[in-house]
Structures are given as C-alpha cells and as structure tokens.
Write a protein that binds this ligand. Structure first.
Ligand SMILES: Nc1ncnc2c1ncn2[C@@H]1O[C@H](COP(=O)(O)OP(=O)(O)OP(=O)(O)O)[C@@H](O)[C@H]1O
Ligand SMILES: [Mg+2]
Length: 419
C-alpha cells in the first residue's frame, strides 16, 4: 500500500512538473510570437491555393520555424517565406492584422527576391530628438549625396540620393515637412557643398531664405522657378552630351576632372505650381531622365493627388516621406498604405518612410537659429570681404520671419551666386 501510495505521489509529481514545463514552454516569448504569426496568417487567409489531385484544393501557407523568430530586449523579429505565387501585396493588404497582433511599432521589409518578409516589432516608439550636428555628420560621411531621414527604430538613417533618386514629402499642415526639408538641405549644404548644386523654390516664402548665398539659387515665384528649371534642363542636356561623347551611362562614370556636380532641385509647397504646365513638364522630364545625369528632385506638398501631380512625375518620385495624413485615403495617395493617418497630431516630425519597405521614422528637429548658425560659415566662405559688406547691406539684413510679403517686391527673387 505504502509503495502504491508513493508511486501515485511520484506520478503526480512527474505530471505536475511536466505540466509546469509545458506551461513555461507555451509562454516562452518565441512561442507566443509563433502562435500570433500563425493566427495572423490563418485569419488573414494568407495562402496560395493550388488545384491538387482530383480537383482538391491545396492551401500553401507562408512558412516559418522557431529560428525565424528572434527576441531581443527592445524588439521581436519575425520572418517568413511566401509560397511562390503569393504576392507580397497580399501581405501588405493585411498589415492591420499584424499591427493588432504585434503592436503599433512595426517595420516591414521584403527580401530582393520578394519571397522573404521581415517584420520587426518594437516595444517602444521612436522619440522626438534635436538635430545633432556631429552625429549626423558622422552618418552622412562617405555618402555621395546624403539625405538625412531621421531616427528609425534601428537608429539614424541616412541614404544616398544618387542610388535612390527623387523624393516626395507629403503631410497635412503643421506635420513637419518644412522642418525636414530644412534639415535635409542644411546637411547637404554643410556636408557636401562641393559635390552638389542646390536650387530651391520656396513658394510659401517662409522657409528657404536661410539658404540664400549658399544654395546656387533660391526663388519664390513660379516665373523665376521656370527660368531656374530651364537652366537645370540645359545643364542636364550638357551632361547628357558629355556622357554620349565618352560613351558612358552615368555621371559617376565620368572622370573627376570633367564630372559636373550633382544638381538638386527642392520645392516646398509644390501645390502652388499646379497650374504651371511648363514647369510641370520640365519636372517630369527631370524625374524621368535625371537619375543617370545626376539631377534630383525633392518635392514637398500636403496631398499628392492626381489633380496636383501627374502620374508620371509621382511614379518617378520613388522615395517617400509621408508625415501625418488626415485620412487613410490621403495616406494611401502618398505611400499606398494607410499608416500615415495613424500618426497623431501631437507627433510632430513623425512620418512613414517608404524606401524598400515601410518604416516609421522621426525627423530631427532643427531650429531655425541652429540651421542659420550651421550655415553661416558656409555663406561667407566663398565671397570676398567686399562682397560680404555689399551683400549684407543689400540682401541679408532682412528680418525673415516678420517680413511682410510684398507681391511687387522681389527681394528674394532669383539670387545667383557663382561658386
Ligand atoms: N521633427 C520635429 N520634431 C519636433 N517638432 C517638430 C518637428 N517637425 C516639426 N515640428 C513642429 O511642428 C511645427 C510645424 O512644422 P512644419 O512647419 O515643418 O510643418 P509643415 O508640414 O511644413 O506645415 P505646412 O504645410 O503648414 O507648411 C514646427 O514649427 C515645429 O514646432
Ligand atoms: Mg511647410
């Protein structure tokens, strides 16, 4: 009896510890993530169906194993392989399910062969931060034409515009577009002015005055922009002739001695150009052939719908920064996806960055005074002492912010500086 009693207790002990081990196993973060992924795939009907033997339908689901789930202190990384025939778009269409399962801080990436999906689910959102000159200079170093994106969950992102030409920035009023442009252009002008000529159009007349005297040209009127673009197109044609003459395909292939600088045209408040047909057709031309010729565009506006921006131009603006959108429809107009409408009004400078996948990002906050201080040494560097006095007296001692805009006056008209 004693022996039997003992074995019952023993058996209970074994079952108990097995049960405990099982409970511990199922609550392992890896297993929780696997279960969530499984249910997202099933609930989203994410499968490819094929006809099997005797007309039976076989469902092929994305595949993954334990080693495709990685748990880190600040994030969970998940990846899975699509069956051939299941298009990545089908996954993107069901993105909301992934958000429901894994939280709001997700980053989606796709392998080049479009078979493997990578999803990173972060525990915390990216915080606002100030422009840090040293850190950004370090990030921009060695990049031929560095565009500062800002902080993503994986840290500061800076990309090369030569490889990813033409940027579209959208977002409702007050969402952070102009501050982002300020930071992008200030970085370019302070880090690689010797490699790029910057042409700016500030149709709202509030932002780009700080670049006067450093950028090649700063204009505020559509007419002046048209003249500016004519020059850019001419320059582009000259580069094209040069490439033809040397039998080369890309500006970077030209010998250094004869290689022209890159050209960047940045336009804030693009919507004000909507009726300017000539300007539009030149921008379209630049967006179509500019890449190989080293001519790039950054266009910023609230809503890039077809009444404002032609389809060809929009399609050629392959990199997108979508700041807060007022509706999912507006977000989709910018990035073919609704995320930008989930950004809250108070989340200034937050946006969805679309370049080989989608990521939430936070733009650095670069205050006007800080941008001016950074730019100042570059402004006077190439002008003679005489010019400094001259220009100061005539052009620069203008109070920018409080300056009433006089339609007749063209103090910020075309200002050209020879480098
Ligand atoms: N990266 C940022 N970090 C923190 N605050 C920001 C950031 N960007 C913008 N802001 C805040 O939001 C305000 C509006 O930004 P900004 O002028 O860039 O908006 P906008 O999108 O250009 O608006 P509009 O379409 O009206 O020109 C700024 O004055 C600043 O206070
Ligand atoms: Mg603005």
């Amino acid at each position: 009896m004693m022996i039997e009693g003992l074995s019952i207790w023993k058996a209970a002990g074994v079952v108990g510890s097995l049960g405990g081990a099982y409970a511990a196993y199922t609550t392992l973060p890896v297993n929780i993530a696997m279960r969530k992924l499984n249910s997202v795939i099933r609930m989203g009907n994410l499968y490819m169906s094929i006809q099997g033997y005797k007309g039976r339908v076989i469902k092929k689901y994305p595949s993954f194993s334990r080693k495709d789930i990685r748990i880190y202190l600040n994030r969970t990384e998940i990846s899975f392989v699509l069956p051939i025939g299941l298009m990545p778009d089908e996954i993107y269409k069901k993105k909301d399910l992934f958000y429901q399962a894994f939280g709001s801080e997700l980053e989606f990436d796709l392998s080049k062969d479009k078979r493997r999906f990578f999803i990173k689910a972060y525990n915390e959102e990216v915080k606002m931060f100030d422009y840090d000159q040293e850190k950004i200079a370090e990030g921009a170093k060695d990049i031929p034409l560095p565009i500062v994106v800002g902080n993503t969950q994986s840290g500061l992102v800076v990309y090369n515009m030569v490889e990813n030409p033409h940027l579209l920035i959208t977002g409702e009023t007050g969402s952070g577009k102009s501050i982002q442009l300020r930071s992008i252009l200030t970085t370019l002008l302070t880090q690689c002015k010797d490699r790029v000529e910057l042409y700016c159009a500030d149709l709202k007349r509030t932002e780009f005055h700080i670049f006067k005297g450093i950028a090649k040209e700063v204009v505020i009127k559509p007419n002046d922009l048209e003249t500016l673009l004519l020059k850019v197109v001419k320059k582009m044609n000259r580069t094209s002739d040069l490439l033809n003459k040397h039998g080369l395909a890309h500006i970077d292939d030209l010998p250094k001695a004869i290689r022209p600088k890159y050209t960047l045209v940045a336009i804030d408040e693009f919507v004000l150009l909507k009726k300017e047909k000539d300007i539009m057709s030149m921008l379209e031309e630049i967006s179509s052939v500019g890449r190989a010729l080293g001519v790039f565009l950054i266009l910023s506006l609230q809503r890039a719908d077809s009444t404002v921006m032609d389809g060809i131009l929009k399609n050629n603006l392959t990199v997108r920064m979508a700041f807060r959108a007022s509706s999912a429809v507006n977000s989709r107009i910018a990035i073919d996806s609704g995320e930008a409408s989930e950004i809250l009004n108070k989340e200034k400078g937050r946006f969805v960055f679309s370049m080989d996948g989608l990521k939430f990002a936070q733009a650095p906050l670069l205050a006007l005074t800080d941008a001016k201080a950074m730019l100042e040494p570059h402004r006077w560097q190439e002008t003679t002492a005489e010019n400094v006095i001259d220009l100061r007296n005539n052009e620069y001692d203008v109070e920018e912010e409080s300056e009433p805009i006089d339609e007749e006056e063209n103090i910020f008209g075309v200002l050209e500086y020879e480098n």
